[in-house]
Design a binder for this molecule. Structure first.
Ligand code: G3P
Ligand code: CA
Length: 284
């Protein structure tokens, strides 16, 4: 009988196994994250905008993801597309339908840089981006409104795995995932604990984080992304004391980049990766 209880207790303990700790991001870095590509110079979320970001030596290509009715992961910021003054959910359209509507809406987009003249593409899928750039660059991918797309986390992981992007330990990591949706990130952490995760926040005024917030974050996140206007040196220090990185968004002014660098921010999302890279080079 005693043996039976001992075995049951051991089985119970095994079932209570703690999830792995989040992987730390490389120390003393200032990641230049090209927000939707080099989107100050070419239409956002296009191959051209990502090519420019690579030429500008950004550390990461940032992209937002939605998912179509037929399961395609598409690189797009909004959950809806506007057509004839009506909003249609991406989740209600097939990839082909969405692509057609997207082209109708973006056909006239102009690029700012002459060198990026041919960047006027329509909608792109994650697959197209990964096929184009492969494992030569780093990706910082946002799951947008994942609650609207059941299974999005599994689909994304499978696609990254197919492209060999989850193999081995790269420094800095090849893939960082981000979301405003805590549950989605916690789900990913259970599925793939080796992927660094960034919890996104947006605040109207300076936030105050409690010990309990840090305890929660420390279970699944490597850091946070937060709107730049509420970031202070104290906030950065507070996150560092809790072992969490902090990446303000969206930072386009050189002066603000320099200030965040001096305060110890671990990276910035920027539409101007060229300026970010230059600031990083000069400040080092
Ligand atoms: O992902 C960080 C930042 O990009 C979040 O805002 O609206 O530009 O995706 P958004
Ligand atoms: Ca984003």
């Amino acid at each position: 009988m005693k043996k039976f209880f001992l075995i049951s207790f051991l089985l119970f303990l095994a079932g209570c196994e703690q999830p792995a700790k989040p992987v730390p991001l490389p120390e003393n870095n200032f990641l230049v994250i090209a927000h939707r590509g080099a989107s100050a110079y070419a239409p956002e979320h296009t191959i051209g905008a990502y090519e420019l970001a690579i030429q500008m030596r950004a550390d990461y290509l940032e992209l937002d993801l939605q998912q179509t009715k037929d399961g395609k992961l598409v690189v797009m910021h909004n959950r809806f597309i506007v057509n004839q003054q009506k909003e249609i959910a991406v989740a209600d359209l097939t990839y082909e339908e969405l692509k057609t509507l997207h082209e109708e809406g973006t056909g006239q987009r102009q690029t700012v840089l002459e060198s990026a003249e041919k960047t006027n593409e329509g909608l792109i899928s994650l697959e197209e981006v990964l096929e184009r750039f492969g494992a030569d660059v780093n990706y910082y991918i946002e799951l947008k409104t994942p609650a609207s797309y059941p299974g999005m986390e599994e689909d994304l992981i499978a696609e990254l795995r197919d492209f060999g992007l989850l193999d081995g330990n790269q420094n800095p990591p090849r893939i960082i995932l981000q979301s405003f949706d805590r549950k989605s990130l916690q789900r990913i952490h259970k599925l793939e604990p080796d992927i660094p995760l960034i919890q996104l926040y947006s605040f109207d005024k300076a936030p105050s984080f409690k010990e309990s917030d840090f305890q929660k974050l420390n279970k699944y996140a490597s850091g946070i992304g937060i709107n730049k206007d509420v970031v202070s040196k104290e906030l950065i220090n507070q996150f560092h004391r809790h072992g969490l990185d902090i990446h303000p968004y969206t930072v386009n002014e050189e002066e603000v980049m320099r200030r965040l660098y001096e305060w110890g921010a671990d990276g910035i999302f920027t539409d101007h990766p060229d300026i970010g890279v230059e600031v990083k080079r000069e400040e080092r």
